[in-house]
Ligand binder design. Structure first.
Ligand SMILES: NC(=O)C1=CN([C@@H]2O[C@H](COP(=O)(O)OP(=O)(O)OC[C@H]3O[C@@H](n4cnc5c(N)ncnc54)[C@H](O)[C@@H]3O)[C@@H](O)[C@H]2O)[C@@H](O)CC1
Ligand SMILES: [K+]
Length: 502
């Protein structure tokens, strides 16, 4: 599957593979060969290669790649950061097998070659770049020479995707066994180029011990939870989503969410609207039903009908006490739901209060609740909770938020992270910058609610919703407006169901 391993888990995978009988030197040999293969695919024998090797095992991979490429007729130079005598273990062994010269990294001129192998730092990057390493990385980036990075572009933190003061801009990155968060999270992802995952002989069986809880978001993660409707099914079997409209000025947001819920396959969708916006919904899609809903009591009355099994509260709802009451009424209904936009901002600096309301929901963990903040809403919501607001990477913050709220959190952006209270998380990477447009988030909340209405569990619904939303965005591409997204879903769904074989 598409597991993502932290650098510590990757170290554990190495140790388990070694304990099961594959020597570390063999893992390093395969890693270096995989790098050489990628270089040889992009370049021809006779071209000049500069292998930049660091003081740890990442450097060891670089020495292996250098030896293999020299053996294939490339003109290879090796530059080492640090002293050769300081190399240890497998890296020292790999360096001993390199029979050519080793230059000091300070003297290396990156402009004097056709391709660079970046083997300075990988999983062991422990601090910001400085001194000689920083100067070297800056020279490499300024040279414009294509770089193949070993494991991660040096300077990118494999766990967080952060750039530690400076980082290599790679044309391609070769990592081993499974991707790391830094390949998917920004800004790291943008430094990697295409990421190749090389098999270096670590058996998949080690994953049973490691038990990874993070994945690259993709259909394999939630396919079993979202299947095409059964031929004998009827619309009531596909659930009934209710979208709460804001007042007169925000009615469009509800229509976008409603269309999203309908297109993703909810059997029925109702817009619940305050009286003053009733007339504005005349232009809603014909398939969407309309009901009057004034205040928390009105919403509670509509949701008392158990067939309305999923709701969206928040898009253009208005910020304040009234919206907090609407959230409370929705949660109290026992139905699944999505909290977005103003429903989140209404709890600015009051995440503890929201957490209490969520903890009191009558359906408990079986009542699926998904929150869909972007970074701004997330920051506002968790002003009262520094441990969440500053938990570290986007992955860690989303996980901390989900755990503290007892609900699934979708922390949106170009590298959307979906996290569940039990620690499961997925990082999404199929988006497009064109999705950053007005109303796009409203469609997403509707799509997720539409999946919840179809009884897809919370984490899977959030992951699938984010993925379909992004696929729809890619299908439209340049010129995208949010109104296009629901209408792009049928094609995306058709391809998905065809692939899923349902
Ligand atoms: N058996 C294994 O563990 C395998 C490891 N592999 C490679 O080993 C790498 C990890 O090796 P290591 O754990 O030795 O770590 P690295 O080689 O990534 O880096 C560790 C070294 O860099 C130094 N360092 C860290 N941050 C620095 C900074 N900002 N400035 C200057 N020096 C810094 C450390 O003091 C240490 O000497 C992986 O990324 C992968 O490329 C592969 O060969 C596959 C097998
Ligand atoms: K590297």
């Amino acid at each position: 599957m598409n597991e993502v391993l932290s650098t510590a888990q990757m170290g554990e995978a190495d140790r388990l593979a070694i304990a099961a009988g594959t020597p570390g030197s063999e893992l390093m040999d395969k890693a270096g060969r995989a790098v050489a293969d990628v270089v040889a695919r992009r370049h021809k024998a006779g071209e000049r290669v500069l292998a930049l090797c660091g003081p740890g095992n990442n450097g060891g991979d670089g020495f292996v790649a250098a030896r293999v490429l020299a053996g294939r007729g490339f003109r290879v130079r090796v530059a080492l950061l640090g002293a050769r005598e300081a190399l240890r273990g497998d890296a020292a062994g790999a360096a001993a097998l390199w029979s050519g010269a080793v230059e000091p990294a300070s003297a290396a001129d990156p402009a004097e070659c056709d391709v660079i192998v970046d083997a300075l730092f990988g999983a062991g990057l422990a601090r910001d770049l400085d001194g000689e390493a920083l100067a070297l990385v800056e020279r490499v980036n300024a040279s414009g020479v294509p770089v193949v990075a070993v494991d991660v572009p040096s300077g990118v933190d494999g766990n967080t995707g952060a750039v530690r003061r400076a980082a290599i801009r790679a044309a391609e990155t070769v990592t081993f066994f499974r991707p790391k968060p830094g390949h998917l999270l920004l800004p790291g992802r943008l430094r990697c180029g295409p990421v190749r995952i090389a098999d270096i002989g670590i058996p998949d069986a080690v994953l049973a011990t490691i038990r990874p809880a993070c994945w690259a978001n993709g259909t394999r993660l939630w396919r079993p939870a979202f299947r095409a409707p059964a031929p004998e099914g009827h619309k009531y079997g596909r659930g009934h989503a209710l979208v709460l409209s804001g007042g007169a000025e925000g009615a469009g947001a509800a229509r976008l969410a409603a269309r999203g819920a309908l297109r993703i396959g909810a059997g029925l969708v109702t817009i619940a609207t305050p009286s003053d916006a009733l007339a504005l919904h005349a232009g809603r899609p014909d398939a969407v039903m309309l009901r009057r809903s004034d205040g928390p009591a009105g919403l509670a009355a509509l949701l008392a009908d158990r067939r309305r099994n999923a709701w969206v509260v928040g898009p253009a709802a208005g910020v304040g006490e009234r919206t907090r009451e609407l959230v409370a009424a929705a949660l109290a209904s026992g139905a699944h739901g999505v909290l977005d936009a103003d429903a989140l901002t209404s709890f600015e600096g009051a995440s503890a209060e929201l957490a209490r309301a969520l903890a009191a929901r009558p359906g408990g963990a079986g009542q699926a609740i998904v929150l869909t903040p972007h970074e701004g809403e997330f920051g506002r919501l968790f002003k009262d909770s520094p441990p969440v607001a500053s938990a570290g990477s986007k992955l860690e913050r989303a996980r901390a938020a989900a755990a503290s709220l007892g609900a699934v959190v979708v922390l949106k952006g170009p590298d959307t992270v979906i996290a569940a209270p039990d620690g499961r998380a997925a990082i999404n990477a199929n988006g497009t910058p064109f999705l950053a447009t007005a109303g796009s988030g409203d469609v997403l909340s509707g799509i997720v609610a539409g999946l919840l209405a179809q009884s897809v569990p919370a984490f899977e619904a959030a992951c699938a919703g984010v993925w379909f939303h992004a696929e729809a965005g890619c299908a439209v591409g340049p010129g995208l407006i949010a109104d296009d997204l629901p209408d792009a879903l049928p094609k995306v769904l058709k391809a998905y169901f065809a692939e899923a074989g349902t």
